[in-house]
Design a protein around this ligand. Structure first.
Ligand code: ZN
Length: 502
C-alpha cells in the first residue's frame, strides 16, 4: 500500500500522490531568527526531519525547502532593545539556529532561502494581488482583502465570523475587514526598508513563505508543513495569497506537527517554562532527543518532563547495549564443532524481516514512528534472546544471521535518522597503526595518508579477498601476515573479512 498522509485541510488520511512520480517538493516554515529555538520548535524540525529521511528511504527524490525569516517585527524589536542593527540580530540567531539544527542531527535542507534575498519576488506577488483586486494600498501599507478570497478559512476550518469571536484588539479603521492582513508594511523611521511601488517598506511575514515556496518549488507542490500553531493565521494567509495569485491549488498536503507542553502546561515565556534546544543538547545526546520525538506520533502533543527524557535515555541505552552484545558476539571466536541450532537461526532471520515489514507499515501509515520504534525493539528482544541462547559460542551460520539482524537494525534506525553507532567505536580508526599507510602504498599503490586509516584497511582487505578469489595465495598471505605483525587480526567469513585489533 502506498504511503498515507494526514492532510489538515481535508481532515483525513490520504494516499500520497505526488505531482511528479518519485519526486517530492516539501516546504517547511523555518525560524524567525530573533531568539534561540525552544524544544517546541525543535520537535517540529525533528518530526519533519524524520519524515523527510523516511521519504528518502522509501526512494523519493525530496526537494526540501526550509526558509529563514530574517526580517520581521520581532527581529526589529529585539534590535531596538539591544541597540544593534536588525541584520546583526538576524545573523546571530541564524548562526545559533544552524548550531542547534546540526546539534540535533537535522539533515540540511536542499535550499534554505532567506526572506531578505527574495524581496523582489514578494513585491511581484503583491503587485499581482493588487491587480486581481485581492489587495489594496493604504498609506504605503498593502493589505490582503480576505472577503475577496472565497476559500479563506478552509485550512483552519473557521469562518470569518468565528475568527472575529472574542476579538479584543481595536480594529484598524483603514482596513476593509478586521481580518485583512498586511502584505507590505510602510517603513517607520530607522527600520530596515526596501524600495517598492508603494514607497519604502518591508514585506509581511506571510508573503515571505508564499514567494519563497513558489520560487523553489513552483506554483503548486506536494507538502507544506509546520507546527500546528502556524495553521492560523500564517498558513491560512499563505493559501489566500498563493492561490489568489496563481489560481492553482497551492500545496497538495498540509502537514502539522503537535505541540510540546511542559508537564501539562503550555510552554510560554510568560510562564517562565521555556526550554531551549541548546540547553538540552548540553546534557543529552541528540539521539535521545530524536527517540523522544520518535516515541510519540508527530501530530500528538508531548508532555515534556524529566520522565520523558529518562524514557528516551533508557531506550537509547537498550539499543546501544544490544549493539555492544552483537559486536562482542561477532568478534568472539567462531566455533565449528557446535551442532547448528538451525531453528534459532531461522527464527532470527524471520524476526529481522518481520521487524522491517512492520516498521515500513507503521511509517507508511502517516509516519507512525511510535509503532515503528516498537518494531525495532521487538527485533532487539529477538537479538538478545538469540545471543543468550548461543552463550558466546557462535558458528559461522549463527554469526551470519546475527550480522544480518544487525544490518537491518541499522537500516531501520538510519531510515529515521537514529545513529546507533557505538560511541566507543568512534575513534577506533585512530588506534590503527601508521604502518597501515606503508602496506596500502605497497599493495594498493596509494599515496601515503591519502585516506583515513580505517578506509585504507577496508581497501587492503578487499585487495586480499580479490587475491584469494584468484588463488593468489602469496599476496593474500603476505597481507595477512603484515597485518598480524601490526596487531590486526583478520577473520574470514562467508560475508567477507572482518578485522579486529588484538
Ligand atoms: Zn511560513
Amino acid at each position: 500500500m502506498a504511503i498515507q498522509v494526514y492532510d489538515t485541510l481535508n481532515r483525513k488520511k490520504e494516499e500520497l500522490i505526488t505531482r511528479d512520480p518519485g519526486k517530492i517538493g516539501i516546504y517547511i516554515c523555518g525560524p524567525t531568527v530573533y531568539n534561540y529555538i525552544h524544544i517546541g520548535n525543535g520537535r517540529t524540525y525533528l518530526s519533519f526531519d524524520i519524515i523527510i529521511r523516511y521519504l528518502r528511504y522509501r526512494g523519493y527524490d525530496v526537494t526540501y525547502v526550509r526558509n529563514i525569516t530574517d526580517i520581521d517585527d520581532k527581529i526589529i524589536n529585539k534590535a531596538r532593545e539591544e541597540g544593534v542593527s536588525a541584520e546583526e540580530i538576524a545573523r546571530r540567531y541564524t548562526k545559533a539556529f544552524h548550531d542547534d539544527a546540526d546539534g540535533m542531527g537535522l539533515a540540511r535542507p536542499t535550499v534554505e532561502p532567506k526572506a531578505t534575498d527574495h524581496i523582489r519576488s514578494m513585491i511581484e506577488m503583491i503587485e499581482g494581488l493588487i491587480k486581481k483586486g485581492l489587495a489594496y494600498v493604504v498609506d504605503g501599507d498593502v493589505y490582503f482583502e480576505v472577503t475577496k478570497f472565497p476559500g479563506y478559512g478552509k485550512l483552519s476550518h473557521r469562518s470569518l465570523t468565528d475568527m472575529r469571536a472574542g476579538e479584543r484588539v481595536e480594529v484598524d479603521p483603514r482596513k476593509h475587514h478586521p481580518m485583512d492582513f498586511a502584505l507590505w508594511k510602510a517603513a517607520k523611521p530607522g527600520e530596515p526598508a526596501w524600495e517598492s511601488p508603494w514607497g519604502m517598506g518591508r514585506p509581511g511575514w506571510h508573503i515571505e513563505c508564499s514567494a519563497m515556496s513558489r520560487k523553489y518549488l513552483g506554483d503548486d507542490f506536494d507538502i507544506h508543513g509546520g507546527g500546528q500553531d502556524l495553521i492560523f493565521p500564517h498558513h491560512e494567509n499563505e493559501i489566500a495569497q498563493s492561490e489568489g495569485y496563481t489560481g492553482k491549488e497551492f500545496a497538495r498536503y498540509w502537514m502539522h506537527g503537535g505541540m510540546v507542553n511542559i508537564g501539562e502546561e503550555k510552554m510560554a515565556k510568560s510562564l517562565g517554562n521555556v526550554i531551549l534546544v541548546k540547553d538540552l543538547l548540553k546534557e543529552h545526546n541528540p539521539n535521545v532527543l530524536r527517540l523522544l520525538a520518535l516515541g510519540t506520533h508527530y501530530r500528538s502533543p508531548i508532555d515534556f518532563g524529566p520522565e520523558k527524557l529518562k524514557e528516551a535515555e533508557s531506550a537509547y541505552e537498550r539499543f546501544l547495549n544490544a549493539r555492544r552484545r552483537i559486536e562482542h558476539s561477532l568478534s568472539s571466536e567462531t566455533v565449528t564443532m557446535l551442532p547448528e541450532k538451525v531453528e534459532l537461526i531461522g527464527s532470527l532471520e524471520n524476526a529481522s524481516l518481520e521487524a522491517k515489514k512492520k516498521f515500513i507499515e507503521a511509517m507508511d501509515d502517516d509516519f507512525n514512528s511510535a509503532a515503528a520504534l516498537a518494531s525495532m525493539f521487538e527485533l532487539v528482544k529477538e537479538i538478545n534472546t538469540f545471543i543468550e541462547a548461543f552463550g558466546g559460542q557462535m558458528t559461522i551460520m549463527a554469526k551470519d544471521a546475527l550480522e544480518k539482524a544487525d544490518r537491518i537494525l541499522l537500516e531501520l534506525s538510519g531510515a529515521v535518522g537514529l545513529d546507533l553507532t557505538l560511541p566507543e567505536a568512534v575513534g577506533v580508526a585512530e588506534k590503527l597503526p601508521d604502518a597501515i599507510y606503508e602496506l596500502a602504498s605497497a599493495v594498493l599503490g596509494i599515496a601515503l595518508d591519502s585516506k583515513k586509516k580505517d578506509q585504507l584497511l577496508d581497501e587492503i582487505l578487499e585487495r586480499r579477498n580479490e587475491a584469494r578469489k584468484n588463488k593468489d595465495w602469496a599476496i593474500a598471505d603476505m597481507i595477512r601476515d603484515r597485518l598480524l605483525k601490526m596487531g590486526i587480526e583478520i577473520e574470514d567469513t562467508p560475508l567477507g573479512s572482518r578485522w579486529k585489533i588484538k
